[in-house]
Design a protein around this ligand. Structure first.
Ligand SMILES: NC(=O)c1ccc[n+]([C@@H]2O[C@H](COP(=O)([O-])OP(=O)(O)OC[C@H]3O[C@@H](n4cnc5c(N)ncnc54)[C@H](OP(=O)(O)O)[C@@H]3O)[C@@H](O)[C@H]2O)c1
Length: 297
């Protein structure tokens, strides 16, 4: 990125951008994107409710694929979470020089038309890049809100987390342990399983690629059943977990990464268990969708 010039006018400025060029059907490849330089006018007029920003850090999360596929118009810079400095403000909550965290675009300078999706950074005593990382960035917010606000866990409960070594999963696992729950995670390699058990404090973990029978693995780890399933993957794992949920258990659907790139989504066959093991209020199936994120403008 170019060196920041604090008093530069952003009305007309060379702006390097990553453009969503070709529609993604399944997996994202380089051919779907294109780097361009634009010189469009990016002025946040007084009282317009917009802010113009210089993007300082951009996050590269699994969730970016969804932000591209479902929220970025073709021909526009791709949407993503980032840290930026306000250059001009037409919004009462922001002033020039403020640091903000939230949904911006993959480009050097952006005009943010819905700044309410951004949070002002008050604590700059940590590296600003931390706001695009695991703890203070979007995965951290997702893990915290997903576990404490959506799962409503209680001490002593049994918790299963898929994609447990990922950015969201490893934090949910650590929150779970801090609360005094029993936690098991699944991951795709011996190294990740070791990390979960020996570094992140999981009570147990298994390699879902080596377990030929997911039912058997879940039965071994949860002989008394699962109180909370924090689902990051969907698909076969969700199907297997449905059989091992306790009565009044809670499934929090955070993501379904095993399905994102498939041409044909896998079916889930054990959905009847949602009725048999109904949610804690006795009326609804115990599934909650996690939508910790602001609406994308
Ligand atoms: N609802 C929300 O607000 C929200 C916000 C953020 C993220 N999410 C979702 O949460 C999930 C985790 O995100 P993250 O940021 O933790 O991602 P991450 O750090 O990139 O980790 C994703 C992990 O998913 C596993 N994975 C990848 N492809 C898979 C497949 N085909 N089948 C099974 N597992 C697969 C991999 O772990 P292994 O190598 O161990 O398989 C990978 O390391 C994603 O589904 C994401 O879309 C939702």
């Amino acid at each position: 990125m170019e060196k920041e010039s604090p008093d530069a006018s952003v009305e007309v400025m060379s702006n390097k951008q990553v453009i969503y060029r070709e529609e993604v059907q399944y997996s994202l490849t380089e051919t779907h994107l294109e780097v361009r330089t634009s010189s469009e006018r990016l002025k946040a007029d007084k009282d317009s409710g917009t802010i113009s920003v210089k993007n300082l850090y951009l996050a590269c999360d699994s969730y970016n694929l969804n932000l591209i596929k479902y929220f970025t118009p073709l021909g526009s810079p791709i949407h993503g979470y980032g840290v930026a400095r306000v250059l001009e403000s037409g919004h009462p909550n922001f002033k020039t020089g403020d640091l903000v965290w939230g949904i911006t675009r993959w480009e050097e300078y952006s005009l943010i038309t819905a700044p309410d999706t951004c949070v002002k950074i008050e604590h700059s005593d940590v590296p600003l890049s931390s706001y695009t990382g695991r703890l203070l960035g979007m995965p951290g917010m997702t893990a915290y809100a997903g576990f404490f606000e959506v799962c409503s866990p209680k001490k002593g409960e049994t918790v299963f987390i898929s994609a447990a070594a990922g950015a969201v999963g490893q934090l949910v696992g650590q929150f779970t342990k801090l609360l005094g729950c029993y936690v098991v995670g699944s991951a795709s390699s011996k190294e990740k399983v070791d990390l979960l058990k020996n570094k992140f404090g999981f009570d147990d973990a298994f390699n879902y690629k080596e377990e030929l029978d997911l039912d058997a693995a879940l039965k071994r780890c949860f002989p008394g059943g699962i109180d909370i399933y924090f689902d990051n993957v969907g698909g076969k794992m969700l199907d297997a977990v449905l059989l091992y949920m306790k009565l009044h258990g809670q499934i929090t659907v955070c993501g379904m990464i095993s399905q994102y790139n498939l041409k044909q989504h896998e079916g889930v066959h054990n959905l009847m268990n949602l009725v048999l093991k109904r949610g804690s209020d006795g009326r609804f199936p115990g599934v909650q969708l996690l939508s910790s994120l602001p609406e994308v403008p």
